[in-house]
Write a protein that binds this ligand. Structure first.
Ligand SMILES: [Fe+2]
Length: 462
């Protein structure tokens, strides 16, 4: 079964696919030698070495260090800690050495060291991919996946339409020129574009009263009142961005198209939602192979005006910063089955909150019929669920509430292997790595002050 308005299907399919591609590239590079030649000029390499001293004494440690010295290792970091298990506990010492060594000496070093120490191995350092630290850094996180664009996808309805492609170039240039803090350019939409919007708007808005969750309906009413949501005009991103900022602190930035998974999720971490401004091709009003502003404005925006949903979205984004490629794929899948295709319980019935559903005439009613399989939202299960790229989803996940989903996501995130803990600072719209007692203490003091104010306010009520 094909989705009648399948915009986000393709978008989020790509998000997961994109994450998988990154992981594959990473796995390929992981097959390379762990010792990398950092200094090809003199043939030396960075060495991260671990070994165990069986008899935890100064002389045993000294023997190992002498071997390192003999092989010309320049040591600039060394750590030891008790090793061993059971009866041997405390008898062994685990050592980590970081330094430089000439490539030609590595084999000989390992061989000599194995004579006096156990478990000799070269280890890969646990490092995290780089990520934006402040909202302005998102200007550099606009990598596009152009697979579904009219210039590259032969199946795109606008593939042979020169005028449409010219119009898309105009929108792309606006997005590329945009910098954080700029006013989002207002678009003078053509009568044909408005006609496309009208058809999509009328079809979908007739379904919302029966299928959309309460939060969506509340926000949609406000958007009609304050942001020009009508069938006869396409809302301007700048107006919508101001609306969202006043309610949840989220803001929009124009996107030239489909962003890479890592870049898209990073934007969410800073309460920024990348939004396209162009319309789908007029020959396929009820189907688009890529995201367009109908999908963004009707699918995503109303839910981003809800505080709990906004926090849930930001939490997924924050977990993505510095995450491994494997975890980016899992987070993209979680995003797909919640923010794009999520269902929630409400007053004894099930409603839709996912943008992919709320911008898809066909799938919205299908997801809420008794035909598909429905499971409770559980990040462990949801993160590895397979998805459908050219038909309706095989399964949908139901959240008890956004509060409950947030708590489950945070529990799940604890298991992700990241070498640091991050904290978002809403005053500076930046993230801080909590890697010192002082930073944690400062953060706790801020929370303590806020808690104190709230307790005083509560006391005042009685
Ligand atoms: Fe979407």
């Amino acid at each position: 079964m094909k989705s009648e308005v399948g915009t986000s299907l393709c978008r989020k399919q790509s998000l997961i696919e994109d994450a998988r591609k990154e992981k594959e590239v990473s796995e390929l590079s992981a097959t390379e030698p762990i010792v990398t030649c950092d200094h090809p000029d003199d043939g030396s390499s960075t060495l991260n070495l671990m070994f165990t001293i069986r008899n935890a004494s100064a002389s045993s440690l000294s023997s190992s260090l002498k071997i390192l010295e003999k092989h010309g290792t320049i040591i600039y970091h060394i750590e030891t800690r008790p090793a061993g298990r059971g009866k041997k506990k405390g008898e062994e010492l685990e050592c980590f050495v970081k330094g430089f060594i000439n490539n030609s000496s590595i084999c000989s070093l390992l061989s000599s060291l194995k004579k006096v120490a156990g478990d000799v191995k070269i280890v890969k350092e646990l490092t995290a991919p780089s990520f934006p630290r402040k909202v302005q850094d998102l200007d550099m996180c606009q990598n596009l996946n152009v697979k579904f664009e009219p210039n590259f996808d032969k199946d795109h309805p606008g593939f042979g339409d020169k005028e449409y492609k010219k119009r898309r170039v105009y929108f792309a240039e606006l997005a590329f020129k945009y910098k954080d803090g700029n006013v989002i350019p207002r678009i003078e939409y053509t009568p044909e574009e408005i006609a496309t919007w009208r058809q999509v708007y009328k079809s979908l808005s007739s379904l919302y009263p029966n299928y959309a969750c309460k939060q969506y309906l509340d926000s949609f009413r406000q958007l009609e009142e304050y942001c020009g949501y009508t069938e006869n005009s396409i809302p301007q991103l700048q107006d919508v961005s101001i609306f969202l900022r006043e309610r949840t602190g989220f803001k929009l930035r124009p996107a030239a198209g489909l962003l890479s998974a890592r870049d898209f999720l990073a934007c969410l971490a800073f309460r920024v939602f990348p939004s396209t401004q162009y319309l789908r091709h007029p020959s396929a009003v009820m189907h688009s192979p890529e995201p367009d502003c109908c999908h963004e404005l009707l699918g995503h925006i109303p839910m981003l005006a809800d505080r709990d949903f906004a926090q849930f979205s930001q939490d997924i984004g924050l977990e993505s910063l510095g995450a491994s490629d494997e975890d980016i794929e899992k987070l993209s899948t979680l995003y797909w089955f919640t923010i794009e295709f999520g269902l929630c319980k409400q007053n004894g019935s099930i409603k839709a909150y996912g943008a992919g559903l709320l911008s898809s005439y066909g799938e919205l009613s299908y997801a809420l019929s008794n035909k598909p399989e429905v499971k409770p939202f559980d990040p462990e299960v949801t993160a590895i669920q397979s998805y459908q790229d050219n038909s309706f989803q095989p399964v949908y996940f139901v959240s008890e509430s956004f509060e409950d989903s947030k708590a489950k996501l945070r529990q799940y995130a604890v298991k992700m292997k990241k070498p640091f803990y991050l904290r978002y600072d809403p005053f500076t719209c930046s993230v801080e790595i909590l890697d010192s007692f002082q930073k944690v203490r400062t953060a706790l003091c801020q929370i303590k002050d806020e808690l104190s104010s709230l307790c005083s306010a509560l006391d005042n009520m009685y």
